[in-house]
Design a protein around this ligand. Structure first.
Ligand code: ADP
Ligand code: MG
Length: 244
């Protein structure tokens, strides 16, 4: 049974006159990893941001785990709790330790107690290989370590879905691998993931499906070896030629 964790139907989003999503239909099955690729400005970030309601869709419907998140009566906080998001800029809280970065949202949003939150934090720092940095401050960590903390912080909320928006684009090249390794582990564990990325080797290796977007629409999608390996559309070929 391929149950859909995410269903997107006729999604449109305009900023003023600028229509940046022009009718997106996309399903992501439970446990599936979908990589979204496409030129800058094609609407990739806006698409992810609509899924967890950081942007309000102009039209269309989005379901996450069977709940319509575009329902006007939906509890936005309850929706966001089910969705972890990792950004290009790590967005850690700079003035507290790594552990507190993981415990504060659990306590505030999930109302976990101090000990419970600390134990979940420890567990997730171990998962991303940073148990030894629990007491450090974000500025004391490398970019790759900070991004792994950001992933651990999202995981500590027990999300059903993880959204990644160019998680390695701000990193020095030698730090990209450690972040991709954590994402590979999550994929192997069966996490449902939407990943906006320019890392084609990651897409080829990990994605169940690659979606190519241009000008607010999905141009083509399919297995990575098809979309990246032998794209059908000229726009996809042009894009890949530019980045590879
Ligand atoms: P991508 O992530 O593919 O680079 P984005 O989704 O960030 O693309 O942006 C798509 C288009 O939407 C761009 O033209 C961008 O300028 C515009 N856009 C994104 N966010 C906003 C916003 N908050 N206000 C106005 N325009 C925006
Ligand atoms: Mg973007």
């Amino acid at each position: 049974m391929a149950e859909n964790e995410i269903e997107i139907r006729g999604l449109r989003k305009s900023f003023g006159e600028n229509e940046v999503l022009r009718g997106i239909d996309l399903d992501v099955a439970r446990g599936e990893v979908v990589c979204v690729i496409g030129p800058s400005g094609s609407g990739k970030s806006t698409l992810l941001r609509c899924v967890n309601l950081l942007e309000e869709p102009s039209a269309g419907r989005i379901f996450v785990g069977g709940t319509e998140v575009t329902d006007l009566d939906v509890d936005i906080d309850a929706v966001r709790r089910r969705i972890g998001m990792v950004f290009q800029q790590f967005n850690l809280f700079p003035h507290v330790t790594v552990t507190e970065n993981l415990t504060l949202p659990q306590r505030r949003v999930l109302k976990r107690g101090r000990a419970g939150a600390a134990s979940v934090a420890r567990e997730n720092l171990e998962r991303v290989g940073l148990a030894d940095k629990a007491g450090a401050y974000p500025a004391q960590l490398s970019g790759g370590q900070q991004q792994r903390v950001a992933i651990a912080r999202a995981l500590a909320m027990n999300p059903e879905v993880m959204l990644f928006d160019e998680p390695t684009s701000a990193l020095d090249p030698e730090l990209v691998g450690e972040v991709l390794a954590v994402m590979r582990m999550l994929a192997a564990e069966g996490m449902t993931m939407m990943v906006v990325t320019h890392e084609m080797s990651f897409a080829r290796e990990v994605a169940d499906r690659v979606v190519f977007m241009d000008e607010g629409a999905i141009v083509e999608q399919g297995p990575a070896e098809q979309v990246v390996g032998s794209p059908r559309h000229e726009r996809t070929r042009n894009f890949l030629n530019r980045i590879l």
